[in-house]
Design a protein around this ligand. Structure first.
Ligand SMILES: [Fe+2]
Length: 135
């Protein structure tokens, strides 16, 4: 999946991180669909997990700093996604990843990410723009 300009929310730091997140996601999917071996798949998934957690942390820090009113709901969404990734990690460790699982995963994770960026993260950008706030 490729990054598009339309995914940008207008906060450079966050847009940058989203682009990185997509890179990590693609690296994981590549490892899965090319069946690069369990070690590589686990490694790319670990990078994806670590980066996801780091990114959510910085996004939440930003929301906190600007007193973003929907912080709690937004945090809940993040927590759910982290839980999904952690469960996925368990699954991969236990059973590896089949090509079919990869296709399903690709859809689920990518859909979640794009949907989240468009619906939730975009609100942060709008809130900051309205109040002329800087990250
Ligand atoms: Fe977010």
């Amino acid at each position: 999946m490729a990054w598009r300009e339309s995914y940008e929310i207008g906060v450079e730091e966050i847009d940058c991180q989203h682009r990185q997140l997509l890179v990590k996601l693609n690296e994981f999917f590549d490892a899965c669909s090319n069946q690069q071996g369990r070690e590589k798949i686990e490694e790319t998934l670990k990078f994806l997990k670590d980066y996801t957690i780091e990114h959510f942390g910085s996004e939440e820090g930003l929301m906190n700093g600007i007193h973003f009113p929907e912080l709690a709901d937004h945090q809940k969404e993040h927590a759910e996604f982290v839980k999904t990734v952690l469960e996925l990690e368990e699954q991969v460790k236990a059973k590896g990843v089949s090509v079919l699982t990869t296709i399903k995963l690709n859809r689920t994770l990518t859909d979640w990410l794009l949907n989240h960026i468009n619906k939730c993260d975009r609100l942060i950008g709008e809130y900051m723009a309205q109040r002329k706030l800087q990250a």
